[in-house]
Design a protein around this ligand. Structure first.
Ligand code: ATP
Ligand code: MG
Length: 263
């Protein structure tokens, strides 16, 4: 059975897509079979995986509206496959924002993705879902089929406030729609140890979440190579494997794998 994780945080620009792509590539490097789902109409995970979002014939939109099967929509990037980091991709573009509206009138609207995933359960070790920066019907579709949520966050004051909303949403989905949903862990990203506030928030996260096993030990540093990689259609791990950011994400992939090997 595949492990299905949402990478979610309703705050924008906190590193969700960067985390999804690098974890996907890292897990493939570690010998895992991975499916990456772009659940964001911005299509950043699609472009960052080397797939042109402007020329899609089928996308996640078709899966949610049941006009195509997952097997018909999934695709691969030739560059990633060549680099030995090929994962399957369910791509998206702005069409997906239409799905949000169209789904409202439909039955089982929050279970569409889950339904589609059951057909390919044996094909993957990990399914990673890049969520949009909102707690919308799209995110809900992701949360309904996931075993857990990975929450990338910057160590800033408001990050902790936003976390309360996300934790409440996860609790509600857990209670009403998906009993297996839980927080897998918070991941500190874009970390700059020279900034005192970041050190303090990081410390606070350790105090509150380490004991519960909900904080990843790996910390992702701010690193310009990670920011440059998407314009080349590659995750940082593939773009510059020797960079500090890539090495940290490789450690993160190992940490995730170790955590779930035991289960
Ligand atoms: P959105 O909410 O819009 O979907 P997001 O949470 O997916 O955003 P990303 O797109 O991953 O966030 O990251 C936001 C920006 O920060 C991007 O330009 C990305 O390249 C950059 N970035 C992410 N992580 C790092 C890092 N560790 N070091 C430097 N830049 C980073
Ligand atoms: Mg994103």
């Amino acid at each position: 059975m595949s492990k299905i994780f949402c990478i979610a945080n309703q705050k924008g620009g906190v590193g969700k897509t960067t985390t999804t792509l690098n974890l996907a590539a890292g897990l493939v490097k570690l010998g895992q079979r991975v499916l990456m789902i772009d659940l964001d109409p911005q299509g950043n995970a699609t472009m960052g995986s080397g797939i042109d979002k402007r020329s899609l014939t089928l996308s996640v939109y078709d899966i949610l509206l049941e006009s195509a099967t997952l097997a018909e929509v999934r695709t691969q990037s030739a560059a990633l496959t060549q680099a030995g980091c090929g994962y399957d991709i369910l791509p998206s573009n702005r069409d997906l924002s239409g799905a949000e509206v169209e789904l409202v009138a439909l039955e089982r609207r929050e279970k569409r993705l889950q339904q589609a995933l059951t057909a390919v359960d044996g094909d993957y070790d990990f399914v990673l879902i890049d969520c949009p920066p909102s707690l919308s019907m799209l995110t809900l579709n992701g949360l309904c089929c996931a075993h857990g949520v990975i929450v990338p966050m910057q160590c800033e004051y408001f990050a902790l406030e936003g976390l309360v909303d996300l934790v409440n949403t996860i609790r509600q989905v857990h209670g009403n729609l998906n009993r297996s949903l839980k927080i897998i862990g918070l991941l500190r990203v874009m970390f700059d140890p020279r900034i005192t506030l970041q050190q303090q928030v990081s410390q606070e996260l350790e105090t509150h979440y380490s004991g519960k096993g909900q904080l990843f030990a790996t910390v992702i540093p701010r690193n310009v190579r990670l920011a440059e990689a998407p314009s080349h259609g590659l995750p940082g791990i593939v773009f510059d494997a020797q960079s500090k950011g890539a090495k940290a994400f490789m450690d993160f992939a190992k940490e995730v794998l170790a955590k779930f090997d035991k289960i």
